[in-house]
Design a protein around this ligand. Sequence first.
Ligand code: NAD
Ligand code: UFG
Length: 327
Amino acid sequence: MSVLICGGAGYIGSHNVRTFMAHGENVIVVDNLVTGHRASVPSSVRFYEGDIRNGEILDKIFTENQIDAVIHFCACSLVGESVEKPLKYFDNNVWGMISLLEAMQRNNINKIIFSSSAATYGEPEKIPILETAPTNPTNPYGESKRMMEIMMKWLSNVSNIKYVSLRYFNVAGAWHDGSIGEDHKCETHLIPLILQVPLGKRDHVTVFGNDYPTKDGTCIRDYVHVCDIADAHVLALEYLRNGGESNIFNLGSGDGYSVMEMITAAEKASGQKIKLEIGARRAGDPARLVADSHKAREILKWSPKFTDMAEIIATAWKWHKAHPNGF
Ligand code: NAD
Ligand code: UFG
């Protein structure tokens, strides 16, 4: 039996491909390469270049392979862009999910692990955030993820499809040997942007606001290593294979780091001083987002291996230094 990784050529998907392979799984990938990279997937993996909104391609994949479960990473995921182009997000994310679930039903595939996001919560009422917290997304990206979760919930009520939705907080870092990592042409994430300074690709990093009600005035986020995220997917699949019910889990470290602390950790990881400038707040940024991930620890027996921020950033640094222009 094989596992189908949708979006396996992307940042998080490609780390999952390697992690599932390391656990002895046979992996198949489908990806339209809109933001992914063919080179991030080992050549030994059967790769289908295609769009999951195309049901014929999915039927072909499910017919040509014995697939036991789907791991679903495909999405447009730029928060700012989603505000400007909401329909792009509902088309790719929501319609993509409908197409995938329909194909799973047609082909009797009954397990799916889904990449959800802290963006489903919106502005939190309480920190740390529990899975039972209200979901009031503040942008179309978060709304699309919430809609995808809701579709799985209603479908699982009337079919044999079981799902695990993993709500990631801030995903960081790269594969230990620096061979794969984050390579987004339109980069908005803090760590790659900070590391562009010691790489000589930008003069400084801009800190988006230092007047938040936090210890140093900059935003606090919960960063979790991409390989720890991948381990959680392996555990989630094991959970469903063992008869676990459909469920939702937060994935975060439970520790909050401010933007200033992240720059200091990046200086330690890169061994270089990093120039910064204080800029205006970025619209829609909550002051503090930290996960309560006890549920994943208790039920999935998930335990993040990376706990030191400089160590997490050091893995990203290794990747960016070896591939300053990406793949
Ligand atoms: P990414 O853009 O690197 O990966 C997404 C992959 O899916 C790409 O390879 C892309 O080409 C592919 N894809 C997109 N739409 C497709 C379609 N319709 N058909 C086929 N392939 C398609 O993004 P990422 O950072 O690896 O994120 C992966 C998932 O995790 C996304 O769903 C994202 O919303 C979610 N997520 C990411 C973070 C984060 O911090 N990076 C946080 C929370 C949730
Ligand atoms: N930041 C800066 N300067 C930059 C870039 C970011 O100060 O140049 C700050 C942001 O304001 C924020 C923090 O660094 O406070 C982290 O920003 P990212 O863009 O790296 O990540 P976000 O917290 O905005 O977004 C992440 C995921 C999204 C997910 C969201 C949930 O990337 O997919 O968490 O809130 F939707």
